[in-house]
Design a protein around this ligand. Structure first.
Ligand SMILES: Cc1ncc(COP(=O)(O)O)c(C=O)c1O
Length: 442
């Protein structure tokens, strides 16, 4: 039964309601102390204050119609141009900001669907070919826009399997997808060969660099081996990069870039005959947050190249310490050879979901993955001071699970075990829907 909550009869005094919110917040995961391994990309208090001030400066404005707010138009164009300059763009490159990685991906898929409708009207049931590791935002887009997703298992190194993807192309294919890097295993797909296949077959090719877009260019400058993955690769026709991830902006900021304006036109929506006037909108939303655009602009300018090089080095060195520490631990190993700031690891002898519960009892917020059951870490500057503590807790958690087999029957372990292994995925879907309904209880 949902909690009954109504509007208070009398407005609450500001201090009272803010205190109530602070009390609620006290129960939340501690991202500032590096206790979360996803969700919040934190580059320190000083940087956070700058983007917060920038957000507040544009708190009330609306980016729906930037002609009313030339400042927003300028900042959005600047953020897109800076992103293009980092990701192999040229004078032809055209993009927009969106509210996040998912919106960028939704828009890319919609763009290619509408491009194909115009250029290939013979295709009535469009398909896109994806590595199985591609972010679920592509499946969401497939679901929303009626494009059939053709999922291709990844190769043994967990990267997209180029030959298998080429073989999955049919007369109905409109789009190929690769990630730089993929979320589940943090590996960069072979973008150059995939782009060559896409070009040869006349398909669009979207690179999901939502995670890597503001990390890989700096990793390369620091001397890390980063294969070509962006618009500099012939055949890549669009790329997404999230300012609210390793661009360290406020939530609600991503960039989608296309090879040219002609392609971007398929993203835009225009209603010419509405009684409310001509209505034009670049993305999924109508009203758009000006704060997240301002914070994105502030973040890129506050960081500058030197700031990005510094935090990228910090993130990659911290990631390396974690990977080496896990691989050196009894019964644990990292999957594949991660290229960036995210990775997953498994245990050869202990149940990883029970280990996650044991880590959560020690104050860590853990992310569980399936296929295979594994734990996932996303590393930010906040994690540099907690590496040794985490590794010690991780080893202790494994030992605890080995010593007490009943832990596999406790906490959320049985639920995750079922989600990971149940052959009937329809039942898993029902179980997760029930979970969602219990979370969104009103
Ligand atoms: C590779 C990749 N693509 C897309 C997304 C979706 O981004 P968002 O959660 O901002 O919608 C994520 C999120 O983690 C991601 O890692």
């Amino acid at each position: 039964m949902a909690r009954r909550v109504g509007l208070p009869a009398q407005g609450m005094p500001a201090e009272e309601l803010l205190q109530a919110m602070r009390d609620m917040k006290a129960q939340d995961a501690n991202w500032r102390g590096g206790r979360t391994w996803s969700l919040v990309y934190y580059a320190g208090d000083e940087h956070t204050r700058v983007i917060q001030d920038a957000y507040n400066l544009f708190f009330m404005e609306n980016a729906l119609n930037p002609t009313a707010f030339p400042s927003l138009q300028r900042m959005e164009n600047d953020v897109v141009a800076i992103t293009a300059s980092l990701l192999g763009g040229n004078d032809e490159t055209a993009g927009t900001m969106t509210s996040g990685g998912t919106e960028s991906i939704l828009l890319a898929v919609k763009t290619y669907r509408d491009w194909a409708r115009a250029m290939h009207p013979e295709i009535t049931a469009p398909e896109m070919v994806l590595p199985a590791s591609a972010h679920p935002a592509f499946l969401k887009a497939a679901h929303y826009f009626g494009v059939k997703p053709v999922l291709v298992p990844v190769a043994a190194d967990l990267r997209a399997d180029v030959q298998a993807m080429a073989a999955a192309i049919t007369r109905n294919s409109i789009l190929l997808v690769g990630s730089a890097p993929s979320y589940p295993h943090g590996v960069i797909d072979p973008i150059e060969p995939l782009a060559a296949v896409a070009k040869e077959r006349g398909l669009g090719f979207h690179v999901d660099a939502c995670l890597g877009g503001f990390l890989l260019p700096f990793a390369r400058r620091l001397g890390y081996p980063v294969p070509p993955f962006d618009l500099s690769v012939d055949g890549v026709t669009s790329i997404s990069a999230d300012v609210h991830k390793h661009g360290y902006g406020a939530k609600g900021a991503s960039v989608i870039l296309y090879r040219n304006q002609a392609l971007r036109n398929y993203q835009f929506f225009v209603a010419t005959d509405w009684s409310g006037g001509v209505y034009a909108s670049p993305g999924m939303a109508g009203t758009r947050s000006a704060g997240s655009i301002a914070a994105a602009w502030a973040s890129l300018h506050a960081m500058g190249e030197d700031g990005f090089l510094r935090v990228t080095r910090q993130v990659l060195e911290t990631t390396r310490r974690l990977i080496d520490g896990i691989n050196a631990s009894d019964g644990l190993h990292v999957l594949g050879r991660p290229d960036a700031s995210v990775f997953a690891f498994v245990s050869d002898d202990a149940d990883v979901f029970a280990m996650a519960d044991a880590l959560e009892r020690r104050g860590w917020h853990m992310d569980r993955q399936i296929m295979p059951p594994s734990l996932h870490l996303m590393v930010t500057p906040a994690h540099e001071p907690v590496v040794d503590r985490f590794l010690a807790d991780l080893r202790a958690a494994r030992q605890e699970v080995l010593d007490d087999p009943s832990l596999v029957q406790q906490g959320v372990t049985p639920l995750y075990g079922m989600i990971a292994t149940l052959a009937d995925r329809g039942m898993v879907n029902q179980a997760v829907l029930a979970l969602l309904n219990s979370i969104y209880s009103s």
